[in-house]
Design a protein around this ligand. Structure first.
Ligand SMILES: [Zn+2]
Length: 308
């Protein structure tokens, strides 16, 4: 598999971790390599008690209120103090819950710090499995043993609902998407979604086939959210700026076009190299970025039956 260079995705924060994960490094391994001293956490209000936090790594969702802070993803370990300072700007309550949208280190790197500080970590069952492979000899593909305090203490399969800070928070697992453990989070009253890495705004997605991902699940995640959206819906993508349903619709349409083209090449017996050579995204690359080869390979592998 080709490892993307950090510069290839330009503005996409956290892509260095994707490369590290691809290279088999653990969630903590990159922390020592990256200087995060210049990273600032930006807080974007969605409602008076609901926020998107942007730093380095996956975008964070934050609900605050009298029950305590509820965090969606936690970026990298060296950023925990800055993230907690940003949380303290909007609430005097501690972080009580951390929900991981999937297992990648740019979304779970703060788990150990927050777990040690008393937060309850929640994630799909496959996040726990991929972060705890010592217990799961049957696990296929990529995984990395995390410290005990970083592991989820509550896991779910199809989904879970929180009733917290006066809100209902609906968490739904979408199978075989960015990975095999993705969660899409819906705040119905606020009309806000957090899609984790099933959605990269304005860029080709990273489909982590070696972590059980697949293009059809990424499309399913987009359709799941679009079916529950209206004009006022706001969507936190895993990476990129806050998005509207229109941004997500364009992304879904692009995914379907590429899927259709690659599927027809696969049906005609083309190999992975022949599919890449056919440049099925040539007319899309200007709009969606320069990293199309990795995406095309992932679509091929999704459709042709997984990893090589
Ligand atoms: Zn990811």
């Amino acid at each position: 598999m080709r490892i993307p260079l950090a510069g290839e995705l330009g503005h996409l924060a956290g892509i260095g971790t994707v490369a590290a994960v691809l290279a088999g490094a653990g969630p903590g391994a990159l922390d020592a390599q990256q200087d995060m001293s210049d990273v600032e956490i930006t807080t974007i209000p969605l409602e008076s008690d609901l926020f998107m936090l942007v730093g380095r790594g996956g975008n964070i969702g934050l609900s605050v209120g009298e029950d305590g802070a509820f965090l969606i993803d936690d970026q990298f370990a060296p950023l925990t103090d800055k993230i907690l300072a940003a949380v303290a700007e909007v609430t005097d309550q501690p972080v009580r819950w951390v929900l991981n949208t999937h297992w990648h280190g740019d979304h779970t790197g703060g788990n150990e710090n927050l777990g040690n500080a008393g937060a309850m970590i929640v994630a799909h069952r496959n996040v726990y499995r991929r972060m705890n492979p010592d217990e799961f000899a049957d696990l296929m593909g990529r995984s990395s043993q995390a410290p005990r305090a970083a592991l989820p203490v509550v896991t779910f399969d199809a989904g879970v609902q929180f009733h917290w800070n006066g809100r209902h928070i609906d968490v739904t697992h979408i199978g075989q998407a960015h990975t095999d453990g993705d969660a899409v989070v819906h705040f119905p009253r606020a009309n806000v979604f957090h899609m984790g890495d099933t959605f990269f705004r304005g860029r080709y997605p990273f489909v982590d086939v070696d972590s059980g991902g697949g293009v059809d699940g990424v499309i399913a995640a987009a359709n799941f959210v679009l079916e529950r959206s209206n004009e006022g819906t706001r969507i936190i993508p895993g990476h990129g700026d806050l998005a509207s349903p229109e941004h997500l619709r364009e992304y879904r349409d692009m995914l379907e076009i590429v899927r259709m083209r690659v599927a027809s090449l696969v049906a005609n017996g083309r190999t992975e190299e022949q599919v890449v050579a056919a440049a099925p995204t040539a007319d899309l690359d200007e709009a969606w970025g320069a990293n199309s080869e990795r995406f095309v390979r992932a679509v091929y592998q999704s459709l042709a039956g997984g990893m090589e």
